[in-house]
Design a protein. Sequence first.
Length: 398
Amino acid sequence: MARQYKTVIIGGGSAGISVAARLRRAGETDIAVIDPAMTHYYQPLWTLVGGGAAPVEESARPQSSVMPRGVTWITDAAAEVDPDAGEVTLAGGETVRYDHLVVCPGIQLDWGKIAGLGETLGRDGVSSNYAYELAPATWKFIRETRSGTAVFGMPAGPIKCAGAPQKIAYLAADHWRKQGVLENIDIHLVLPTPGMFGVKVFSDALAKVADDYGITVHFKSEVSAVDSGQREATVTNLDSQETTKLPYDVMHLVPPQSAPDWIKKGPLADAENPNGYVEIDKHTMRHARYGNVFSLGDAGSSPNSKTGAAIRKQAPVAVENLLSVMKGGEPTARYEGYASCPLTTSQSTMLLAEFDYSMTPKPSFPYIDTTRPRRDMWYLKRYGLPALYWNLMLRGLA
């Protein structure tokens, strides 16, 4: 017979563990988390790993160490959801039944959507900070580069931490400046957006940073193909579809991203969203069509920036509304789209971009100007935010 739980959570990442911890603190006991991963990662650290400012091992802990006590951990992957029957089918074939479902499996990295990228990742000067095993290679390639051309690319569409493709460019440029070789390196930043950032005050600040390093920025463009044999990247203009070739000696690319395939193909997906995210009310985190299903984090359709900071604000809203629904009520708590992006601008400075659905700045430090690069914000990124994550957020305390 299928196992049954009052609440089933798909995903044991930032969102899933935070929700499970908050439900336990609220007195809920019949909870299962579905996730096959044996290791839990603090992924925001990978940018610093790629920039030579942190060891990759510091980003990883055993999944068992963060799983809340009293929660059943099902070490398999979800493969399908039948919301009408209230069932989750696992990759191993088992069926898990639920009364209430929280869907937060994270986001899928679509490496194959950039032609030629998969064949050269981790070698030939090409890397990406979006994988644990690749971030150290980024730093190796940056250290080895003394001259030539460097390309940093960001894909179109929503991605985890939209500032990350820029952050590594600035960390690399600062390293090359300190090594006295910056003038020997032609740096290109390829962005799909019309500006540096969606909020003007941060966009203006980042434009100054890029200009200071002498970075050539290609707007409304993305890297669409990699030829490792010729050491060339194909850059496509998203408006005209015209292509140009950029040579590279070192290149950092972020893969296109989307909801996991099993969500895209299933009944929980937003049919109007080309990336197949779970269709939810952007304020309550409740599914638009199934009242006992909630979703948050990167796999949800809410139009916020996909960051850990967004999850930190979504989790208490999702849990409060889920508890209300369990008691026969309606969702009342609201998430207003808060997200933050700690943008490292050198190996010792950072500006903190905080904003909401209206793209209005929402600073957490009212007496500190975080719209410009600051040394104290660097320490927040390097030490403060990881401590907040491991010690408070994953325990349902922040």
